[in-house]
Design a protein around this ligand. Structure first.
Ligand SMILES: O=P(O)(O)OC[C@H]1O[C@H](O)[C@H](O)[C@@H](O)[C@@H]1O
Ligand SMILES: [Fe+2]
Length: 185
């Protein structure tokens, strides 16, 4: 994802509206944008008839450029595909850079994978999830209302989505009787 502002930018107060969303560009990802991510391909194909919005990313007007600290608020709408919770595509930063997430509303989790072992950080309003450099990351809505989080990341980190398609994320996150059921794959 990229924002529409080029550096240098002035010091600024970032203003959030009543829904606490930054005023910058919004990226919408529909089910059809999530090809190859859900295990149950038949269920994914069936969902394309309606092609619902799975998540939206609203960015602040800070450029994705070296030295900058862009922020975004992602809203993942609730739902499942073949028992698997709605989730983001997931990516790794081509330049190894850390990132922080802050849970704002709803419940979910941050799935991390270093290519060897997966980690799961449950997220609720007020939780800070830390993504160390070199870990792929994906967010999952494990509840029945929208899950929203703020992300802050170095502007030169970049997004590699192919890595996740090639390597997976270590776990699939399904709805279980007592909350999320993490299945190795
Ligand atoms: O990029 P995705 O894996 O689709 O995740 C959606 C978004 O989540 C967070 O907000 C990240 O900071 C964004 O950089 C990312 O674009
Ligand atoms: Fe990231």
């Amino acid at each position: 994802m990229s924002s529409f502002v080029t550096p240098p930018v002035p010091p600024m107060r970032i203003t959030f509206d009543a829904r606490m969303e930054p005023s910058g560009p919004v990226l919408t990802r529909r089910m059809s944008d999530l090809r190859g991510l859900f295990a149950d391909t038949a269920a994914w194909e069936a969902s394309l008839a309606e092609d619902p919005v799975v998540y939206e990313v609203a960015s602040s007007p800070v450029p994705e450029a070296e030295g900058e600290l862009p922020q975004s608020i992602t809203t993942i709408h609730p739902g499942k595909v073949g028992g698997e919770f709605h989730m983001t595509k997931g990516h790794i930063h081509p330049r190894p850079r850390g990132e922080i997430y802050l849970g704002l509303s709803g419940v979910g989790g941050l799935l991390l994978f270093d290519g060897d072992k997966p980690e799961w950080i449950p997220m609720e309003p007020g939780s800070i999830g830390y993504i160390p450099p070199g870990w792929a990351h994906r967010s999952v809505n494990t509840g029945d209302e929208p899950y929203r989080f703020l992300a802050v990341y170095p502007g030169d980190a970049g997004h590699d989505y192919e890595w996740v398609l090639r390597n997976g994320m270590g776990y699939r996150v399904l709805g279980g009787a007592d909350g999320p059921d993490l299945r190795p794959f």
